[in-house]
Ligand binder design. Sequence first.
Ligand code: PEP
Ligand code: MG
Length: 311
Amino acid sequence: QAIAEQNACYQPAIMSDGHRIEVVANIGNVEEANAAVVAGGEGVGLLRTEFQFLQRDTEPSEDEQYEAIAAMIKAMNGLPMIIRTLDIGGDKDVPYLATPEEMNPFLGVRGIRLCLLRDDIFRTQLRAIFRASAHGPIRIMYPMISSMDELRVAKTITEEVRQEVGADPVEIGMMIEIPSAVMMAEDFAREVDFFSIGTNDLTQYALAMDRMHPQLAKMADGLNPAVLRLIRKTVEAADAAGIWVGACGGIAGDPLGAQILSGLGVHELSVSIPAIASVKAKIRRLSMAEAKAFAQRALACTEASEVRALK
Ligand code: PEP
Ligand code: MG
């Protein structure tokens, strides 16, 4: 029995009525790539590439980035990996990029905005990613997309770099973490291969509550019905366009959050490594019919506390 439980983390998460939810990992380095495989992750749903840029005095070179990404892809041993392009700014300040001081860094030059302002950094990273793509299956996604223009320019640059490198095409996705992207999700869904909902930022921007704020962070709960309704709208838009949706914020790794997200039609949950086994176990105990019914009750609530009290 103990061995069966140990091995359960390596089995897919299939609900009692046959629906499968992919459970993948959030990682930042090669040690975590190895740990994700050992923990039963079915791939990586979010590689936070910004860790390659932090705690150093100069920008990492293309070769350094290539080596780091290639090592992680190899560690995944054929399992798919979603590589998020640089999401720096906000709380993650990088002195050598000499970005001007900002009054509201979370509303400032962050994520894709920095990459489009400094497209030299973006192109170098994309070159490293496309070179590394020879080592295993990857997808690319952009953080902090708030407008169609940003997405189109990012895609154009990505395609230019891909052709320069001579790499095969890969699926391109975007994070849904800004309310404007949710409101435009039908349009965005026609332009990308997948969505990944960043519930940490989506919550922060929907509730106008700083996710790092000592007094507010606890109230910035991703299970707030306002956030759940944004997620529902995102999934509806994706379904209409025939693309798939993942989620990679903190609530994906919370058993209650995993249940609600599955019931809302999210196909892939990208969670912290320690949460992989418990999220898979939670999914297996449910049917999709139950998860959908529960998600409907959560959507009808008016406060996160009510959602958390649902039985
Ligand atoms: C998110 O915003 O939910 C997310 C997964 O991205 P990060 O936490 O890296 O901002
Ligand atoms: Mg985010």
